[in-house]
Design a protein around this ligand. Structure first.
Ligand code: 6LW
Length: 504
């Protein structure tokens, strides 16, 4: 049931929290669909649905079959799948995306139902570079525009390109990394929206317009139309946007941003998240409204968001769409049917330091949260991990004989605590909380307390670790934290996984 709109209603940003960068959005009737980057994780390209641009529910993942997405085992983190563009044209959904791993390149997939199945990929070898966009003109010609910014005509049903890519307007003088182009016909003009300044603190969105899809383009005098560079706004790195019009005629932009925490220089740990801001028009140029963590709601009814179940009981024959694994998910290593009601992870050798460890998890979506899992390590060794990449992760690991907390930061790896394990399955956990208040500009963004549940139900913390080392500012790259389960040796069974936000 739609809720009534109230004049004082607000919505919370980010609208899709956690590592969900490079959002691309389209609307079909009253329904919005949005896709994001997924990098080294499988399945790739999470796809969301909304009725109000504010509440999003994940419908599935676009690249969900091994035939659609093969990521090499040796590929380091932050390789893989970058920056999709999602469009609806001629009764079909079209998604173009770059696989940055070896042998990858740009590819197009299509579907009539965005929940899938999506087609096998159509390679587009004539389009070099990242951040491809698709736009159709009135004659049905399809234009593909990529970072740089360059453009070439393409037949999206075959991947064939016509001619060689030619350069278009590429942002303001001196700004680095013109990327994330999106091309739209709006009223009289063709608009070319791009990101510039790099995906870090200098990030922004700029726009130009012209008479036809290939220009010539004149830049907006108000560029950048969105940036938080040089401000103390709690949302930083704002850029990589995509415009969408609501059925009531209002305009909106989805874009990525980060929420740095702690002292200076600030560390963001959830990766780049998806935010929403209103857009108005002045002299036929888009003007982006305020980006607020608690923003005035749009003037239409807000729909109730999807109910967040704190517990996943692993009671389905497959993992739910929010679960992502590293590079692939072969059934012999990940199963919810081998021991029904449990997730069985079977190691293929290696620890979380390896790029292809058997690990499956969910993006950390709350700045403060609690996670627990019931693990049975009788036949192996594994546990609960908070992973930024293969060189930056903390975990609590159980074997048949002991439990230990391990920290890996850069090239340092260390067992920071250990304890013998009494017999039987064990509840492992991590609480991610506020660091103790100190007048110290070096205070980190959060602390992670790893421990286990005693037979009497109390939780014993074995080690508390500084969260800054699992941040993008320390680790580098394009992803964010993923909290999940892994097997380093043999088979480890997990009965359930509880994950819930904690009040700040
Ligand atoms: C993406 C580029 C960017 O391809 O980061 O912020 C890159 N923008 O447009 C990876 O997400």
């Amino acid at each position: 049931m739609p809720r009534q709109y109230r004049a004082d209603a607000t919505f919370a940003n980010p609208v899709i929290p956690g590592f969900h960068p490079d959002p691309s959005v389209c609307r079909v009737g009253d329904d919005y669909y949005l896709a994001c980057s997924s990098f080294e994780y499988f399945p790739g390209v999470p796809l969301f649905h909304s009725r109000d641009l504010v509440h999003w529910r994940q419908l599935g993942n676009v690249l969900a079959r091994p035939e659609q997405l093969r990521l090499p085992a040796s590929m380091p983190s932050s390789g893989g799948i970058y920056a999709p563009t999602l469009r609806h044209h001629d009764g079909r959904f079209w998604l173009i995306v770059t696989n940055c791993s070896e042998g990858g390149g740009n590819l197009i997939v299509t579907a009539t139902d965005p929940a899938g199945p999506w087609s096998d990929p159509i390679p587009v070898p004539g389009v070099p570079g990242i951040d491809p966009d698709l736009a159709w003109d009135e004659d049905g010609t399809c234009w593909c525009t990529v970072a740089g910014v360059a453009q070439v005509r393409v037949d999206p049903s075959t991947g064939r390109t016509f001619g060689t890519p030619h350069r278009l307007w590429s942002g303001g003088p001196g700004a680095k990394a013109p990327e994330a182009p999106h091309l739209y016909r709006i009223g009289e003009y063709w608009y070319l929206l791009i990101a510039e300044g790099g995906t870090e603190r200098g990030h922004g969105v700029s726009v130009a317009r012209g008479p036809s899809p290939d220009g010539p383009f004149e830049p907006c005098p108000g560029n950048p139309i969105l940036t938080h560079r040089g401000t103390d706004h709690p949302v930083q790195n704002t850029g990589h946007g995509d415009l969408v019009q609501a059925p009531d005629g209002t305009w909106w932009i989805v874009f990525l941003g980060v929420r740095p925490g702690g002292g200076t220089p600030g560390w963001h740990v959830l990766g780049r998240e998806t935010f929403l801001a209103p857009v108005t028009w002045k002299d036929d140029w888009p003007v982006v409204g305020e980006v607020a963590l608690e923003a005035p709601a749009p003037g239409w009814p807000l729909y109730p968001g999807p109910a967040e179940e704190p517990r996943d009981d692993f009671d389905l024959s497959a993992l739910r769409p929010a679960w992502i694994s590293l590079r692939d998910r072969p059934a012999e290593h990940h199963s919810t049917v081998e021991r029904p009601g449990w997730l069985t992870l079977r190691a293929r050798g290696g620890s979380l330091d390896e790029p292809d460890v058997v690990f499956t998890g969910r993006r950390q979506q709350h700045l403060r949260c609690r996670t627990r899992t019931l693990a049975d390590p009788a036949q192996g060794r594994g546990g609960l991990a908070v992973r930024l990449d293969e060189r930056h992760h903390y975990e609590i690991e159980a074997s048949a004989t002991d439990v230990r907390v391990i920290a890996r930061v850069g090239s340092l790896r260390c067992v920071v605590a250990s304890r013998p394990l009494p017999e039987g399955p064990v509840v492992l956990g991590v609480d991610i909380t506020e660091p103790p208040a100190q007048h110290d500009p070096r205070t980190g963004p959060d602390i992670l307390s790893f421990g286990l549940q005693e037979p009497d139900g109390t939780f014993t913390v074995l080690a508390t670790l500084d969260g800054r080392y699992l941040s993008t500012e320390v680790a580098g790259g394009f992803t964010g934290r993923v909290i999940g389960l892994y097997a380093a040796e043999g088979a480890v069974h997990f009965d359930w996984f509880d994950h819930e936000p904690l009040a700040s």
